[in-house]
Design a protein around this ligand. Structure first.
Ligand SMILES: C[S@@+](CC[C@H](N)C(=O)[O-])C[C@H]1O[C@@H](n2cnc3c(N)ncnc32)[C@H](O)[C@@H]1O
Length: 275
């Protein structure tokens, strides 16, 4: 899948994923994309940048799992990797990312747990806001695939939704998960920092770096920083003009607000040991 690059933010004439689904029932991230949002991960672009700076991208063979609309793809390409390969399960997302990376990368539609890539063929695997939406088995299968694809010494960088503290009350956590899933229409299963680290260690990876940022996906300040003032104003106009979109965004914002102190953007970089 190779198309001429359009712009680094991934805004092309190509259809958005789930564009034909009613706003009331579409997955939250694609609803936000419809409103104009391009940074679809909980800790925002700054946490992604910090994570990428610890991943060692220059001159590396990089694989991105679930690139979405290609915003991180554009950042990775800027760091001059030796190669860029991406796999997203959504065909429209894959087409849009192909347009973002142009001749500088390869993008395929596929499953992150079964990339079809050769064993030990990558120096860096990146995945953001995609493990959170898998169950326990799905998470483990994707992390095992990332570990398989990495060369010894290679790095796996993730940016996902965290819950805090590590000893969060089990009933409260269950309620948070249910409310979140109901609001974003994705069966999201965020985890504590300890559980994210354990997921890596269970696959034989060694965690080297961890950071967090507030879960501020729908906050004004974060959106001005991540989408630019023009992008923020476009989102605000789109939301104001469409009643169904407004209702959905308001519902999600209310849930995020309710659990503001319990949720964080969580990023880590782990490496595959030499033997
Ligand atoms: C919330 S979006 C995040 C997109 C992008 N990584 C970002 O942070 O802006 C989730 C993305 O994960 C993709 N995805 C979810 N599960 C996947 C899987 N098992 N294999 C491949 N892609 C997956 C979806 O199609 C979507 O593009």
């Amino acid at each position: 899948m190779s198309k001429k690059s359009t712009d680094a933010a991934g805004s092309t004439d190509l259809p958005l994923p789930h564009a034909d689904r009613p706003v009331a029932s579409a997955p939250g991230h694609w609803v936000l994309a419809r409103a104009g949002k391009r940074v679809l991960r909980p800790g925002g672009a700054a946490l992604s940048a910090a994570m990428l700076s610890h991943a060692g991208l220059a001159g590396a063979d990089v694989v991105e799992l679930a690139p979405g609309l290609g915003r991180t793809a554009a950042e990775i390409i800027k760091d001059h990797p030796a190669s860029y390969t991406a796999i997203d399960r959504d065909p429209d997302a894959a087409r849009r990312v192909a347009a973002v990376v142009g001749d500088l990368g390869t993008v395929r539609q596929g499953e992150a747990a079964d990339t079809g890539l050769d064993e030990a063929s990558a120096d860096v695997v990146v995945g953001e806001a995609m493990l959170t939406m898998q169950g326990d088995k799905g998470k483990a299968a994707i992390v095992a695939e990332a570990a398989r694809v990495l060369r010894p010494g290679g790095r796996y960088a993730i940016h996902e939704l965290g819950v805090t503290p590590d000893d969060i009350d089990e009933d409260y956590y269950t309620q948070l998960r249910r409310d979140l899933a109901r609001s974003i229409h994705v069966n999201a299963r965020p985890m504590t920092a300890a559980a994210w680290k354990e997921l890596m260690e269970d696959a034989g990876l060694v965690v080297d770096w961890v950071d967090t940022a507030p879960m501020a996906l729908l906050k004004v300040g974060r959106n001005i920083r991540d989408e630019g003032l023009g992008g923020f104003l476009r989102i605000a106009r789109n939301v104001a003009a469409d009643k169904a979109l407004r209702r959905r965004v308001q519902e999600m914002a209310a849930t995020f607000k309710r659990y503001e102190k319990d949720m964080v953007g969580f990023a880590l970089v782990a490496h595959k040991p030499e033997s």
